[in-house]
Design a protein around this ligand. Structure first.
Ligand SMILES: Cc1ncc(COP(=O)(O)O)c(C=O)c1O
Length: 459
């Protein structure tokens, strides 16, 4: 039994998988301010039309352009690891596998869609990209991708992460991008927030508002906005992870996976690994598919399924998703990529359809799991990925207690080598758990009073 299951470059998937084609209910459309489904043309100031078409596509398989494959081949297919040392440490009969997305040039799965988005913008004639970033993984990825296609790039980085992870900014600059802390004084959205709270730690919702504003107010019309998660086309580009994993497991005759685990911020790495397996589940396979979020930002476990904006300044259409409210300000936990008030509409829908089981985990359990993983498997995981590891450990212990041989697959969405301040705080005993009080939850939800309610419709 090999420790690393490798696929050859020749076996890199040539198509992305679109779950929208197989869901038991039709995906609901985004709504404009008038409460009516948005017209693709309305989105054209924000995204190029080729990506808008992907966003709305119901095609099951979408070809990956050769120009994108050429760049993906530099680090893909990524290895599938068997976590033998972790299994031995836990004395579990479970076989634990993980997909290692940390081997990408920027250290996470985010590059998979960054390359595709930069490519589609380039061929649509766009010259400049704006975006937001939480932990900095997405900012680095879009900076890298823009460098490959000769695009100018500006990234608004959530202030708390900007201060916690200064080297991410250096990485973005090295790839040629400009990075500013958000909220910034450069946009009307940022200035309004700073006027209210000059020490605002920022949120992904605020940074998204700033990046969209910067794109749509460019007088040359040559700037577009990119998003590192949440939207259908972003999730689509990530499905290469799960498609590779299916091939890799088949190559070692591991035909039945019992449990799939991924952390969820906006939902893209979870979707990337799980959607090809959700397809199997829709067709009868028995798989427990678990989305893990922080207890301090419990979008799926405590947020309702609603129509809400993706950003604080309400510049995005209303999306059908689980949400804590677009004005929600998450606590400054170290897993910056999981501090988002909303969730990908497709992931939300899999929860509504009973295909995905959400679980919330506290920060200290995640860091303890991350340290166990580092001391056994050797890789220091991103604090976001540590959420998936914490639940993997729980499930492996359950298998031991029940005496059951089970196959668990999780996504190592990134490494944590740029996140060492969080590790230092944990090792020095300075980290605390955060739980969202019922009062704060209700206060956050009130910004959506009077919004339309989504109802899933059978096909
Ligand atoms: C390593 C890593 N994992 C996970 C996430 C969460 O995002 P998503 O849910 O889109 O995968 C992030 C976001 O920044 C990240 O950097």
């Amino acid at each position: 039994m090999p420790s690393r299951i490798l696929l050859s470059e020749a076996n890199l998937p040539r198509q992305w998988y679109n779950l929208a084609a197989d869901l038991p209910h039709q995906p609901l459309p985004p709504l404009g301010r008038d409460g009516k489904p948005v017209n693709p043309q309305d989105l054209a100031v924000v995204f190029p039309m080729n990506l808008i078409e992907q966003e709305l596509s119901q095609e099951r398989w979408i070809p990956i352009p050769e120009e994108v494959l050429e760049i993906l081949r530099r680090y893909r297919p990524t290895p599938l690891h068997r976590a033998k040392a972790l299994e031995a440490h836990l004395k579990t009969p479970a076989r634990i596998y993980f997909k290692n997305e940390s081997v990408s040039p920027t250290g996470s799965h985010k590059v998979n869609t960054a390359v595709a988005q930069a490519y589609y913008n380039k061929i649509a004639g766009v010259k400049r990209i704006t975006s937001e970033t939480g932990a900095g993984q997405w900012g680095c990825s879009i900076a890298f991708a823009c460098a490959q296609f000769g695009l100018t790039c500006k990234v608004y980085m959530v202030r708390v992460s900007h201060d916690q992870k200064p080297h991410r900014k250096v990485m973005m600059r090295t790839w040629g991008a400009e990075c500013v802390a958000s909220p910034s004084a450069e946009t009307a959205a940022g200035r309004a927030i700073l006027a209210d709270d000059p020490n605002c730690p920022g949120s992904l919702g605020i940074a998204i508002s700033e990046a969209i504003e910067a794109a749509v107010t460019d007088p040359t019309g040559q700037t577009r906005y990119t998003l590192g998660s949440v939207l259908n086309h972003v999730l689509l580009h990530q499905t290469i992870i799960g498609l590779e994993a299916q091939e890799q497991l088949a190559s070692i005759s591991e035909h039945k996976v019992d449990t799939i685990i991924g952390c969820v911020g906006g939902g893209s790495n979870f979707a990337g690994l799980s959607f090809p397996f959700i397809r199997e589940k829709i067709h009868g396979a028995q798989i427990d598919i678990i989305a893990v979020e922080p207890a301090s930002c419990p979008t799926l476990t405590r947020g309702p399924y609603v129509y809400d904006h993706g950003d604080v300044a309400r510049m995005t259409p209303m999306l059908p998703m689980h949400s804590l409210g677009h004005a929600f300000m998450p606590p400054s936990i170290h897993a910056g990529g999981l501090r988002y008030h909303g969730m990908a509409p497709l992931v939300s829908q899999t929860v509504m359809d009973g295909l995905t089981r959400p679980v919330a985990v506290q920060q200290l359990e995640c860091y303890a799991a991350a340290v166990t993983f580092a001391r056994t498997e050797g890789i220091i995981p991103a604090p976001e990925s540590a959420h998936a590891i914490a639940v993997t450990i729980r499930e492996a212990i359950k298998a031991r207690e029940e005496g059951k041989e089970r196959v668990i697959l999780f996504n190592l969405s990134g490494h944590g080598l740029m996140d060492l301040n969080g590790y230092a705080d944990f090792l020095d005993g300075k980290l605390e758990n955060h739980s969202l009080s019922e009062e704060d939850l209700l206060a956050g939800l009130s910004c959506m009073d009077g919004y339309p309610k989504p109802e899933l419709v059978g096909v």
